[in-house]
Design a protein around this ligand. Sequence first.
Ligand SMILES: Nc1ncnc2c1ncn2[C@@H]1O[C@H](COP(=O)(O)OP(=O)(O)OP(=O)(O)O)[C@@H](O)[C@H]1O
Ligand SMILES: [Mg+2]
Length: 310
Amino acid sequence: MTGLAIEVERLVKRFGDLVAVDGLDLTVPTGTCLGLLGPNGAGKTTTVEILEGLQPATSGRVRVLGRTWTEDPDAIRARIGATLQETRFHEKLTVEETLTLFRSFYPRGHGVESALAQVALEDKRDARVGTLSGGQKQRLALAVGLVGDPELLFLDEPTTGLDPVSRRGLWTIIEGLKGRGRTVVLTTHYMEEAAVLCDDIVIVDHGRIVARGTPEALVHSLGGEQLVEFVARPAIPAEALERVPGFSGHRQRGETVSLSVQALHEAVPALLRIADEHRSELVRLSTRAATLDDVFLALTGRTLVEEEQG
Ligand SMILES: Nc1ncnc2c1ncn2[C@@H]1O[C@H](COP(=O)(O)OP(=O)(O)OP(=O)(O)O)[C@@H](O)[C@H]1O
Ligand SMILES: [Mg+2]
């Protein structure tokens, strides 16, 4: 099937006076992975839960797999899978019993075995859910999302709390789903993950889209694709830094200055000369390619790490 797995127009969700989703427009082509990024409280989970049929919208139009939640809820439910940001399963059931239960909600799908294998939880099949570690619970939640072999899978921060091996395992699962023409909607606070997995990215802040595009296009939109980060003592005046060839912006955090530039081989020698002119010593100097994190920072003025620290 080709076409659009998700169509959202002017979606609004209010909780009393609080506007959690503020006029969102979104389309997700079938067979692609959409990354929904944004700081805590941006409205990601609310949006995803409306798409999953778990919350009603205040206003706007939502079509999922060509259908609406008001007209065809059962038809949609049979074809989607979801891993919620916080999942509570019955603590007394075993892993296998939990999966068997969720499998029974779907008319078709993988066997329980296949779902267990995909998340590498075979050796915990008889363990009660209440005894699983945080990361194992998260993997069980993912298996629950996969057990109906969904055409459209929603993953709300699926890798938070996962060890690196399990995280890579999830990446492989998502790549496999896309390879089979399935659609994935992913929210994550890991920019690297979004850059690797997502065809399209939407960055939301205060319920509104502040940027969208492919990961490459978003990074490109910053202007400079390379960053030169340094600590200069004494500090170099900002006007002097603007003379660095290919300069497209600078940002300061504490003593560390970060310059966005086009080409390192031109920018770095120029920076060294400018430092010299100002009798300033570069006590630290490093370079790196700009990432989605930098896009996020440029757009919201916050880093995700700062967000997570409150
Ligand atoms: N049931 C609710 N009642 C009142 N306010 C709510 C409710 N659910 C969410 N909100 C508010 O709506 C806003 C968006 O919340 P949401 O959970 O969608 O954010 P998020 O982008 O998923 O954030 P996070 O990255 O922390 O998961 C927040 O300000 C939140 O406090
Ligand atoms: Mg959330």
